[in-house]
Every structure is written in structure tokens, then in C-alpha cells.
Write a protein that binds this ligand. Structure first.
Ligand code: SF4
Length: 484
């Protein structure tokens, strides 16, 4: 699960500021929806599905919550401070609700699923609570709320993938988009709330994924990121399709795993760049790595959370692999995709009973892998998780912070080392827009998912540009366009 520390600039921006709905034209007479999203990319993508369902139901989006008839917060429960942010935000809307009692306020996502009816008890301003699998029911829930009732649906499904719903791209740069390929997670990492808030794993029909990617390409997008809590366990079979069940059905059953899905998407067009997130060390196969090697348009970058470098701690975390297995996967990536393949990490420091030596194992693993960047946090106990039930959160806060500072400092050093490898080399960059500092410069990403900034010349958003890298910082590469 993703988080924030050593991030590229745009990631930082995305994660710190909640994403909100945009102003929709010709919205006269329609009820206005304002949606604000917190947390991970999965949540942002879900807000695009929610917007699509409600637009279908006659709502128009607004970027200004003062004008909204319905305010929805898509919440995150990954850490205590993520939930506190949502509670503070709800307080902000208190004055508005007093002024306009017909205003409907709803909460979606992981915190809604974790708290369920408690949310209605604890936050009086909330009228609607909907979990990640209940978004098709939102038009009904909002109708109930408009009739003055409190409405809730936190049913977790084993089938729901929203495969037939075309997301409405919110805050889109018109070049890159996220495409969810599966929902839920069957791993039970002891520190994680996701299995309880997003339910069991289910993989989406690959042909609906290919159609969504083709539609994006036809609408000018140039890059898709295939999204899932653990993309490596993507597994779809046509045997589940109604056409394969019951009397007289039959025909060849098709099974599609993640490597095969990657290949199907890569074959859509060489101009469509493909990324994916998040991988799991236990499940990432050599077949996936060879498929990445086979297609230039599959970016050579892997986000491979480790969480710890020590096998005893990994066992307590129930990560289902140990240090040696993780290193074996890293060696496979380096052998098959080469030293330049970008690798990023997730690390949790100060987990229950972690000793100083075990913390040193995390540092030495980082030295061994030489990550390009990472998302690092001190352990935050989450109610209801196996760790909260069975393990004492016994590492003092100051020790957690000291260890967190050490791994951040090390990652800063490694990021600079890894970025320095690009200096003097020519990189293929997909332009996403102007740099934040000046419209004389453009910014985009290279294959390794790093932000590259260069003078605009006659290039524009959506162009693939060959850029010679001339300098770097821990988070950014700078250079000049060269003729290809
Ligand atoms: S793989 Fe583990 S950390 Fe990631 S979402 Fe699943 S349970 Fe949570």
C-alpha cells in the first residue's frame, strides 16, 4: 500500500492535497455534486467511477462545495492521521449544513467501510455512508437522504468490479490515466486494514480493461497505469461467465493471468505506454518480467513494497515471504530487466518488537536494492487488524521517528545516486504538461517513472520527446530535448 515520503513532486502534490471534482459545464437545473478524494490511487479511481454513476443519475459535478447539493468525501483508513484529516474536513462543512439543512453530506471509501454505522453516530453531519462496493446504490442512498433519512450500505461483494462503468476522469492531464484491473486483497498483512475495508480479491474481465484502454487511446491519452492492491495475483477465467455456465454452454475456457493481461494491453498500440501498481514480492513471476522485457511500451519500473528487511518482522507482518525471497525477486528483476529498471519501495519502521538490529536489516536491504524512491512510514496501529489484536505496539514514538529519519536519509542518498545514473543519457519522456515553476518548461516522466523537466521549444502535452539528462536532484531530472 502506497504512502508519502520520498515522492516525486507531482506525487507529493497529489497525495497531500485531496483531489476534488471539477466544474461541469451546462449544469443548470441539475443537482450539483462535489466530491473530494483522499488516500491512494485506488480511491481516486473510485471517485471517477462514483462521478460516472451519479452523472448517469442526473447529477452534475462542481468544483466549489459552496454550490453543491451533495458533498461526498472518499475516505482513507490506512493511518490514524488519514482519518483525522477527514473528521477535520467534515467539521469544516458544519457551518454550511447549518445554513442549508437540505445539503447532503456523504462519506465513501475505506473509513466508511471500517466504521460503518459508527460514522453516523460519531459524525452527526453525515447523512450517507457507502463502502467501496456499494457505489451503484448511491443514487438510492442519496434519495433516502434527501427524504431526511440517514442511509448506509457497506456490503462487501465477491463479484463487483464496476467493469461496465466508464470512469469520468477527474483532475486529468489528458495524457495519463489509471485503470483499475481488480479490487480487494486476499493477503492478510497483519498491519493492514485493506482486506477489511475492500474485501476479497476479484479480477476484472480483461476485455473490459482492453476496451477502457483503447477508449483512452482514442481520446488522446498516451499512458495507462493498471491498478490493483496486488496486481500479480490478477487471475480471470471465462468459466465464471454466464455464457460458460448452465445447459449447453461450453467452448474453450480462457484463463488470463497478470503477464497475459499485460501482453494484451501492450498489443493495443506501441504508442500507449503501460505501467502497473502495486506488485507483491510473493507473487511477482519471471513471466511478468519477461513480458515487460518483450514490449518497449511496458515501462521498466516496478513498485515492490518490502515493508521490512528482517525476516522475523516480515513473519510478524504476515507478508508471506522472507528477506531471502525478496532479494531473489530483486535479483530476478536486475537479471532480466537490467540495472536501469526503476524500483521503488514501501517501508514500515518501528513495527511491534522491532529491535535495533532488525531495523539495521531494513537499512542494509535498501543498500542492497538501491531503490529509486520510496514511501516510508512509522508503524501506526489500526483497530481491527491482526497486529492490533495480537501484537503490542511497543516501540516508543521517538524511536520510531529516529528510525524513520534514518531510512528517509538513506533513501535520499540512494535516490540521488540512482538519478545521477541518468545524467548524460538520452531518455524517452512523455510530456504531461508545463512544469509547475514556469510555462517555458515542460514536465513528463521517463520509463523509470521519474519526473523530467526541460525547455518547451515547440513540444506540447502528449508528445514523446527524447531528452538528454544534464542534471538531477533527489526527485527530479533536468535536461534538453534532442532530435531523435
Ligand atoms: S498486500 Fe498487504 S499491505 Fe497490501 S493491501 Fe493487501 S493486505 Fe494491505
Amino acid at each position: 500500500m502506497r504512502d508519502l515520503e520520498i515522492l516525486t513532486e507531482t506525487d507529493k502534490e497529489a497525495l497531500e492535497l485531496p483531489r476534488t471534482s471539477v466544474e461541469e459545464n451546462n449544469n443548470t437545473g441539475k443537482r450539483k455534486l462535489y466530491i473530494e478524494s483522499y488516500g491512494c490511487q485506488m480511491n481516486f479511481s473510485d471517485s471517477e467511477i462514483v462521478t460516472s454513476i451519479l452523472q448517469e443519475g442526473g447529477y452534475a459535478t462542481t468544483a466549489n462545495f459552496e454550490n453543491a447539493d451533495v458533498i461526498l468525501l472518499n475516505t482513507c483508513a490506512i493511518r490514524e492521521n488519514a482519518e483525522q484529516k477527514v473528521r477535520n474536513r467534515l467539521n469544516n462543512f458544519g457551518y454550511l449544513k447549518k445554513k442549508r439543512p437540505d445539503l447532503v453530506v456523504g462519506v465513501l471509501g475505506c473509513m466508511a467501510e471500517r466504521l460503518k454505522t459508527k460514522f453516523l453516530e460519531e459524525e452527526k453531519i453525515v447523512d450517507v455512508v457507502a463502502g467501496p462496493d456499494a457505489y451503484r446504490d448511491l443514487p438510492n442512498l442519496l434519495n433516502e437522504a434527501e427524504d431526511g433519512q440517514k442511509a448506509i450500505n457497506v456490503f462487501l461483494s465477491k463479484e463487483e468490479t464496476y467493469a461496465d462503468i466508464s470512469p469520468v476522469r477527474l483532475n486529468s492531464n489528458g495524457v495519463t490515466a489509471f485503470v483499475s484491473i481488480m479490487r480487494g486483497c486476499d493477503n492478510m498483512c497483519s498491519f493492514c486494514v485493506v482486506p477489511f475495508t475492500r474485501g476479497r480479491e476479484r479480477s476484472r474481465d480483461p476485455y473490459s480493461i482492453i476496451k477502457e484502454c483503447q477508449d483512452l487511446l482514442d481520446n488522446g491519452f498516451k499512458e495507462v497505469t493498471l491498478l490493483g492492491q496486488n496486481v500479480d495475483s490478477y487471475k480471470w477465467t471465462s468459466a465464471e461467465l454466464p455464457s460458460h455456465k448452465g445447459e449447453g454452454s461450453g467452448g474453450e475456457v480462457e484463463n488470463v493471468n497478470f503477464a497475459q493481461l499485460l501482453e494484451k494491453v501492450a498489443l493495443i498500440s506501441p504508442d500507449l505506454r503501460i505501467r502497473f501498481s502495486t506488485s507483491h514480492p510473493k507473487d511477482i513471476t519471471d513471466e511478468v518480467l519477461y513480458t515487460m522485457k518483450k514490449y518497449d511500451n511496458i515501462c521498466k519500473y516496478i513498485h515492490l513494497p518490502a515493508q521490512s528487511g528482517n525476516s522475523r518482522i516480515l513473519k510478524l507482518m504476515n507478508r508471506t515471504y522472507d528477506r531471502e525471497w525478496y532479494i531473489n525477486r530483486i535479483d530476478a528483476i536486475r537479471n532480466i530487466l537490467g540495472e536501469d529498471c526503476g524500483i521503488s519501495q514501501d517501508m514500515i519502521t518501528g513495527f511491534c518488537s522491532e529491535t535495533e538490529e532488525e531495523h539495521q536489516d531494513t537499512l542494509s536491504l535498501m543498500e542492497y536494492v538501491k531503490y529509486d524512491y520510496g514511501y516510508m512510514f512509522a508503524y501506526s496501529e489500526r483497530p481491527g487488524t491482526p497486529a492490533a489484536k495480537k501484537l503490542a505496539d511497543d516501540i516508543p514514538a521517538d524511536v520510531k521517528q529516529k528510525r524513520l529519519a534514518e531510512i528517509i536519509d538513506l533513501q535520499l542518498k540512494l535516490s540521488l545516486e540512482r538519478n545521477d545514473r541518468h545524467v548524460g543519457k538520452v531518455q524517452k519522456v512523455l510530456v504531461e504538461g508545463f512544469s509547475k515553476r514556469s510555462e517555458d518548461f515542460l514536465q513528463g516522466r521517463n520509463d523509470q517513472n521519474k519526473v523530467v523537466i526541460f525547455p518547451k521549444e515547440n513540444y506540447k502535452k502528449g508528445d514523446y520527446v527524447m531528452v538528454e539528462i544534464q542534471s538531477c536532484s533527489t526527485a527530479t531530472l533536468k535536461g534538453e530535448a534532442v532530435k531523435s
